[in-house]
Design a protein around this ligand. Structure first.
Ligand code: 5GP
Ligand code: MN
Length: 345
């Protein structure tokens, strides 16, 4: 049995909206990851079983390794089909905002979603949700939005309507937001939910292979290159990897190719904090990705030094300047956080 994580009044409220709604739009954050796409499609498959006219809209493209997901071909990319998407958003009865805590995280879609008269619900697990939805289901203690979507559907009494396809999407989000159940994954109820998803006939081993073992040759060579340039800061238990625009073009970089790179330095003994700095190809900035193991708060470092935020163990930000300058800022940050980086636990 599962603990009742989501408040009953919110379940009842959404169930009422859903009953009356015909057109439902599901939106997720920019540069969608496995949990953004997994939770969105998980909910979408369910709404389809209820004969709703549902559409998933995301701001821009998602990585190739998520393309196998059932329903992914029906996802509308806002940057390609803005006019059609604007119409759906404006005419929706209900808009479900999944896996983001601030309207700015949906980028160019923010204006359309804000202006829409639709009823809005947030289902998310990031800290400090902004107040842009009538129903706010926000649970930072839960490791994925996909898990929250599963809980929401079940609590409304529709477990039996979760299809194998829907279960595959929910599982994918739960898996990717926990690094294949290697972090934020000690809650035993996760494994009860997996057991329930397996009862729908999903092949979890196959999903793992489809997500993690379908790299292109150039991505693997890029990974080798990036790692060969890695800097390790033994006194700070930290490591840094970087990727310039030039290197991206040398290795035929496509969006998503560096997904997961930031986690790799954490496999070095005694490294508890990893930073990945990547020159953005669209904006004149450095995208900052931070990861930690244990209690080191990368979200604090992201907020103080890189104008960002996120979770304790996974956060990010943006830096306007050169890669060299960003590296200097990181080194200052390492010095400032040295006591915490050296703390045990
Ligand atoms: P990633 O390294 O995968 O891009 O981001 C990891 C997490 O950091 C995201 O789930 C998000 O919570 C947070 N994050 C990433 N980039 C930003 C940013 O620019 N601003 C803020 N506030 N959070 C970010
Ligand atoms: Mn998530």
């Amino acid at each position: 049995m599962l603990t009742k994580v989501i408040e009953q009044s919110k379940i009842d409220h959404f169930a009422k909206w859903m009953e009356r709604a015909d057109k439902i739009v599901i939106v997720a954050h920019v540069a969608p990851d496995g949990d953004a796409i997994g939770s969105s499609l998980g909910l979408w498959h369910f709404l389809n079983t209820q004969d709703k006219d549902a559409t998933v809209i995301v701001p821009n493209a998602f990585p190739d390794f998520l393309r196998w997901m059932p329903g992914s071909k029906d996802i509308l990319l806002y940057d390609r089909y803005k006019e059609f998407a604007d119409k759906l958003i404006a005419e929706a009865d209900v808009i479900c905002c999944l896996d983001f805590n601030a309207i700015s995280r949906i980028d160019a879609m923010a204006d359309a979603v804000s202006a829409s008269p639709a009823r809005k619900i947030l289902v998310d697990h990031h800290l400090n949700p902004e107040d842009f939805c009538r129903i706010i289901i926000s649970h930072p203690e839960i490791s994925s939005t996909s898990e929250l979507v599963f809980r929401l559907i079940c609590r409304m009494g529709y477990f039996s309507d979760i299809t194998k396809e829907g279960a595959e999407c929910i599982y994918t989000g739960m898996m990717t937001d926990t690094g294949g159940f290697t972090y934020n994954s000690n809650n035993r109820e996760i494994y009860f939910i997996i057991s329930e998803l397996l009862s729908k006939g999903i092949d979890k081993d196959d999903i793992y292979r489809k997500v993690y073992n379908t790299y292109s040759e150039s991505r693997l060579r890029l990974m080798g290159h990036v790692l060969s340039q890695m800097k390790v800061y033994p006194e700070h238990h930290a490591a840094l990897i970087t990727l310039t625009k030039k290197e991206q073009s040398n290795f035929n970089y496509i969006r998503g190719d560096s997904e997961g790179f930031v986690n790799i330095p954490l496999s070095i003994k005694n490294v508890v904090f990893s930073c990945f700095l990547r020159e953005d190809t669209e904006k004149p900035m450095i995208k900052v990705s931070l990861r930690s193991v244990g209690s080191f708060p990368c979200n604090r470092l992201a907020a103080e030094f890189f104008n960002g935020g996120g979770h304790l163990n996974a956060s990010g930000g943006e830096f306007y300047g050169t890669l060299e300058e960003a590296e200097k800022v990181l080194e200052l940050a390492l010095e400032k956080f040295k006591p915490l980086l050296n703390a045990k636990g």
